[in-house]
Ligand binder design. Structure first.
Ligand SMILES: [Mn+2]
Length: 454
């Protein structure tokens, strides 16, 4: 379970590290201070209903505060950070409240309720003050001239790639919370629940409301598993339950987990064999999450391994290298192997080897790949290979030059199962990677075993 003492020990050094990184980034770009806005509560057109609040990740990076709109953070190396905490006099809503936490002692906290009170609460800006945040009413009256400078953002994004001990702690907690949700969802699947019912079980398992999820959960039964970002939730359970693909995560202090599991009711058939095969491939790929691994190479390795599995299953009749070269493997795996994970689920800085170097493109024909860098200790990535039976892509292939290399009758027997994706989150270390997802599932299994055999 979450241990506040551990967090309290880790957070102060996180703040110190970020201040050092900020000092380097600001001086490289000719700035001496930074103001970060937490974000705005957006309202629907012609309405008074608010969209769920999404905090500015650059704000959340500095402090475990993700549900307080209109706050401002003033950061200047060598000075105590100032938090202008927004709490309006409002009897319609519960005003944001400062938590009773250790981190609050590390900030100079000033209360604000408007843009004009923010102006009075913060040091006056000069030409060397940068501002990061989305535009809001009255921003121009605060006098910032350098708003979201692109090269400063690139430097800070680069720093966000390397996780501090505090951030790894948050990611582990998010994995545990997500694993609890996945356990509940798996149980709901075995009970014959609908997609909607499984989704509700996931939410209850991780004790989140839907708007708190780091990303919209994908809960797909049967052929729906072939839609990569399937977003509807059928309320009625299908007569036959063949597959559950669930891609869903939780968060802790704003840090997410991004976990996919695929389950099937089939035993001993072709789909179950593919699922077992992909499990083994995913484990092999996870083991290669090491410093020095070029992510583009690992992505292409995944394609070769999956093509070999498809050939062995007699789904395709073509050697793996040729399946990769001709694009046949992409019919079954049209997304990237994985991405950086951080405050944003598809996190920043996946393409620039360094902030001042140009972006590196994905390999030709693999445009969906969101990470093209060489791994270093401190990176956190997802490893999420898949095999799908997507009507749109299969029908195109059937009309194309590779049709002869596909065993169509066998494909047709697998379409009702939709697809498979298995996704873990891994922290790159100097040696064996830390699999945050598997560790979380293992920890829950141990807790369950201890509870039944005390
Ligand atoms: Mn993912």
């Amino acid at each position: 379970m979450f241990n506040p003492e551990e967090l309290n020990a880790l957070y102060p050094s996180h703040l110190k590290t970020l201040m050092t990184r900020l000092a380097d980034s600001l001086s490289a770009e000719g700035f001496d201070s930074l103001v970060v806005h937490s974000g705005c509560q957006r309202v629907a057109f012609l309405d008074d209903q608010a969209y769920p609040f999404r905090v500015n990740p650059h704000f959340n990076w500095w402090l475990p505060l993700f549900d307080a709109p209109q706050c401002l953070l003033h950061l200047q190396p060598g000075h105590r950070p100032i938090l202008a905490f927004h709490s309006a006099a409002d009897y319609w809503h519960k005003p944001a409240q400062l938590p009773n936490a250790v981190w609050t002692a590390l900030f100079d906290i000033r209360s604000i309720d408007s843009v004009s009170s923010a102006r009075a609460a913060l040091p006056p800006p000069n030409a060397r003050t940068a501002f990061i945040g989305e535009p809001f009413d009255g921003l121009e009256t605060l006098g910032y001239t350098a708003i979201n400078p692109a090269s400063l953002l690139r430097r800070l994004h680069e720093h966000r790639v390397r996780k501090t001990a505090y951030e790894l702690h948050c990611l582990r907690e998010a994995s545990l919370r997500g694993a609890r949700g996945h356990g509940a969802a798996r149980h709901a699947f075995t009970q014959g629940e609908s997609e909607y019912g499984i989704h509700q079980a996931f939410l209850a398992g991780c004790q989140h409301r839907e708007q708190e999820l780091p990303y919209q959960a994908i809960v797909a039964l049967n052929e729906n598993a072939a839609t990569l970002h399937y977003q509807s939730l059928d309320r009625i359970a299908p007569a036959q339950r063949r597959t559950l693909l669930i891609d869903a995560g939780a968060h802790h202090n704003g840090y997410p987990s991004d976990i996919t599991r695929t389950y099937t009711s089939q035993t001993g058939g072709d789909f179950a064999a593919l699922l077992n095969g992909l499990e083994a491939i995913q484990a092999m790929l996870c083991a290669k999450v090491q410093p020095g691994t070029d992510w583009r190479d690992l992505h292409l390795t995944a394609h070769r391994l999956i093509a070999a599995l498809l050939q062995e299953a007699d789904l395709i009749r073509m050697p793996p290298d040729e399946a990769l070269k001709t694009g046949l493997s992409s019919v079954f795996l049209p997304h990237g192997l994985g991405h950086l994970l951080g405050l944003q689920v598809h996190d920043v800085a996946g393409f620039h080897p360094a902030p001042d170097q140009p972006a590196v493109a994905p390999p030709a024909g693999h445009d969906a790949l969101r990470l093209t860098r060489v791994l270093e200790p401190g990176f956190v990535v997802t490893v999420e290979p898949g095999i799908y039976f997507i009507d749109l892509l299969l029908d195109r292939a059937r009309r194309g030059p590779l049709a002869h290399a596909v065993n169509w009758p066998l494909i047709d027997t697998l379409r009702p199962y939709g697809g498979i994706r298995i996704e873990d989150n891994l922290a790159v270390t100097t040696s064996t990677p830390e699999n945050l997802t598997r560790s979380a599932f293992d920890q829950l299994a141990r807790q369950k075993a201890d509870a039944t055999n005390p």
